[in-house]
Every structure is written in C-alpha cells, then in structure tokens.
Design a protein around this ligand. Structure first.
Ligand SMILES: *Cc1c(COP(=O)(O)O)cnc(C)c1O
Length: 443
C-alpha cells in the first residue's frame, strides 16, 4: 500500500462504521476471556467495545472497517518512532531471513546490550528478557538475592506488570500493609510488600523507620504513567534515593515506560538520579516482546550463571525482537527526536487542557516529554488518591467523541497517551480541533 492510498483513507469513524469490529469482538468473547489478550485493550474504562485493528503506518491506525485514526497509544509506548519505521522494518526483514530463533548467543544481543548501556550509564550490565513484567519480577528477585532481605516497598498507582507480589492494594486498616488485588495472589506472597502513596516522603520514611532492616528494595515508576501521567515532585526522587541508601535497600527504577521515552537515558537522566537496578521494556523491543534489567556489574554478576540468582528464558534475546530493538535504539541515537517530541507534546497538552477549560470542563494536564494525561478534574494530580478523583464518566464521553473524530486516545483516564516522532504538526492541529468540538459538545 502506498503513502497516497493510505492518506486517502478517511480520518474518523462512527459507531455505524464499526460493524466489523463489533462482529470480531462478539467472536473474540467466545475465544478469549473478555475477548482480549490483555485487559487494557477491552475498553472497560470507557464502556463500549474495542476497535479491531487491521494495520498501522506512521502516526495512524486503520481498523478492520477501514477507518483511520491518529494513534496516541503507540502500542502503549513502544512505537516512539511511529509505525513501520523503515529502519526497523528493514532490520526485521533482514533478521527474518536468517532464522527466527536459535537458543544460542548472537552478536545482536551484544549490540542491543551496548545500545542500552551507552544510553543508561547506571546499567553497566544487562540481562534481556521477554517483557516488562519479567524484568520487574527478575529485578525483585535480584534485589532480594543481593540483600538477603525479603520486603519490597511499592507506591500506590504504580504498575510494574502482573508480578504476584506487586499486584497489591493498600490494606484498609494498616495503611502500608498490602493485600492482594487479584484473586489467585496468595496473601503469603504479598505479606512482604509494603505500599505507600507516591510523592510522599513522610510515608516512605515511616515505613523505613518501622521495617528498615528487612527492606530489600523500593520499586517505583520515576515518572508514573500507570495512574495517568504523574511526575515526581521536586526532590522526591532525591529523597527516595537517600532513604534507600541510608537503610541499605536497593532502589529499582521501573523505566519500562519511561526508558528511551522521556529522554534517551530515561527518567534517571532527566532527573539526575542513579538507581541501583533499572528495568526496561516497551521501546527497547521496538514493537516486539523484549524487557531488560540491569545495574552495576558487580550486582548483575549475582545473576545465574555468573552468580546464584536464578533467571532464564528460552526466547530471551530472540533475534527478530533484538533486531527491532537495535534499529529503534539506533534510530533514537542517530536522529534524536526528543526536542521535536517536546515541542509537539507541549502544544498538544496545552491545547487539550484549553479545549476542556474553554468548554467549562474542570481539567488539568500532566506531562513529561511525550507522555501526558488530560485529567477531568481541577487537579493537581500528584498521587493515586488525587488521580482517582478524576471524572471518569466525562473521560469516557471525551474518549468516544474523539474516536468518532478519528483520534485514538487511551481507553482509560488512568493511562498516559504517547506522541510519536511521526505525529505531524497537522496531526496535532487536527487533534486539537477535534478536542474543541468534542469538549463543546460534552461540556
Ligand atoms: C508496561 C509496564 C510494565 C509491564 O510490561 P509488560 O511488557 O506489559 O509486561 C511494567 N512496568 C511499567 C512501568 C509499565 O509501564
């Protein structure tokens, strides 16, 4: 399909024009739980039925009914260079012609590791895995293995994948004691997880006062994307760094979303904080399943077979995925998009919040680089309790209005949207025109 015929496809859709998606979803409901292979895709946060995608190109998604959308999901983060970047596509094609998996070392794994290490200096050594979840799960095991301690501290509203010990909610009585937030997670597994509110040093300090010598690690999103975009307040990351160091606990930055997104070196380079262990995913796979974790070499040498902390993977370092990851990270190195993304995203964020406020809708926006969230509330949003106060019904109306206008936003108030390097100035204009129309209608 040529560029010309792609751009001929109409932007926008309407419920009546999504009949094939409706039929596909009806079938999917009989085949997969909830009709999907990952819950974020089911549109539960906005009601209604998901849109089935046929293909993507640049900044656009095309659904199976032939509608075109400006895509602000980017596969939930990975597609920072846009869909079908020629360099990535070529790398994948070339890798494909040499076989799809060997279960033996390749030079490509060295090269991807080099690209990660040169961009994120706190990672002197890395281990490649297959997803962000695997990376955080392995990072926790490593932290516990190194320190010989068992407790983990996490922050409410931060998501680290579907790791048992991190699928927790704050218990009702003792604020910091976690309870499972999914059936199937044993209470024994979360007994060693403590949970505190983000951006709250006092709460973290209190936890360390009580449990300090038993805490192996603190894990956090250095810019949160998973309760909507919530940046760390000035000094917060410094405080967490100091408290963990003082107590001999390791600091894990979960940069699965922020790595190579908010800056090439991740949030740690943006804020100048050096964590002990970093987890990566999403962008480092360039649209294929890859995760990574790493840190100082002496610490990483605790991992099998250099050390004793067990961690393995049949498809880890898969040659196709690795090729896409290398091409993406080299694309980001050779032609850094971050200033372009900053300009486009700032204009988008300011325009969205203005569109809402002009329609007398209470709204605020949080943004770091090309990840941002428009919250339907006055704000400020600094942690989960404040994020949770958003008007999710309003968000759902806004979401569906934007879908009808051909703008594909996160299907939940509590997710960040992502701008890619392929979003043109006209795409942003068109998005803001749509937002003004939709807000005027629902306001
Ligand atoms: C997406 C995400 C994960 C989980 O990654 P998967 O590849 O979905 O397992 C973990 N941590 C953060 C911060 C994420 O955004």
């Amino acid at each position: 399909m040529t560029e010309d015929s792609l751009s001929d496809a109409p932007i926008g859709s309407s419920a009546a024009k999504r009949s094939k998606s409706r039929a596909a979803f009806a079938r999917a409901l009989e085949l997969m739980p909830g009709g999907v292979n990952s819950p974020a895709r089911a549109f539960g946060g906005v009601g209604g039925e998901p849109i089935f995608i046929d293909r993507a190109d640049g900044a656009y998604l095309f659904d199976i009914d032939g509608n075109r959308y400006i895509d602000y999901i980017g596969s939930w983060g990975p597609m920072i260079l846009g869909h079908r970047h020629p360099r990535v596509e070529e790398a994948v094609r070339s890798a494909l012609s040499r076989g799809t998996s060997y279960g033996a070392p390749t030079e490509a794994e060295n090269r991807l590791a080099e690209r990660i290490i040169e961009a994120v200096p706190s990672m002197e050594m890395v281990r490649l895995v297959n997803s962000g979840t695997e990376a955080t799960m392995s990072a926790l095991r490593l932290a516990r293995g190194i320190t010989g301690r068992e407790m983990i501290v996490k922050f409410a509203g931060n998501y680290h994948g579907h790791v048992d010990s991190l699928l927790v909610a704050a218990g009702s009585s003792a604020a910091t004691l976690a309870v499972p937030n999914s059936p199937g997670v044993p209470s024994g597994v979360v007994r060693d997880t403590l949970i505190v509110d983000y951006n709250r040093l006092d709460a973290l300090a209190a936890v360390f006062d009580e449990h300090g010598p038993r805490i192996a690690a603190v894990i956090l999103e250095p810019v949160v994307g998973n309760m909507g975009c919530v940046p760390p307040q000035a000094g917060f990351l410094e405080d967490v760094r100091r408290v963990t160091r003082d107590h001999g606990a390791l600091l894990i930055f979960d940069e699965v979303m922020t790595g190579f997104r908010v800056a090439r070196g991740g949030a740690q380079s943006l804020f100048g904080i050096e964590p002990d262990i970093t987890t990566l995913g999403k962008i480092v796979g360039g649209g294929f399943p890859i995760g990574a974790y790493g840190g100082r070499a002496d610490r990483m040498r605790h991992v099998l077979p250099a050390g004793k902390v067990f961690q393995a993977g049949t498809l880890s370092g898969n040659p196709i995925a690795t090729a896409a990851g290398i091409a993406t990270l080299e694309g980001l190195r050779d032609d850094p998009p971050y200033e372009r993304l900053e300009r486009a995203s700032a204009r988008l964020a300011e325009g969205l919040v203005a569109a809402a406020r002009d329609a007398a809708l209470p709204a605020c926006v949080n943004r770091v680089g090309s990840m941002l969230t428009l919250f339907f509330q006055q704000g400020p949003v600094t942690d989960w309790p404040s994020s949770e106060r958003s008007d999710t019904r309003r968000y759902a109306e806004f979401f569906w209005g934007m879908i009808d206008e051909g703008v594909y936003l996160p299907c939940s108030q509590f997710e960040a949207l992502f701008v890619s390097d392929r979003h043109s100035s006209e795409d942003i204009d068109r998005t803001l025109d749509a937002a003004r129309r939709v807000c005027a209608r629902i306001g």
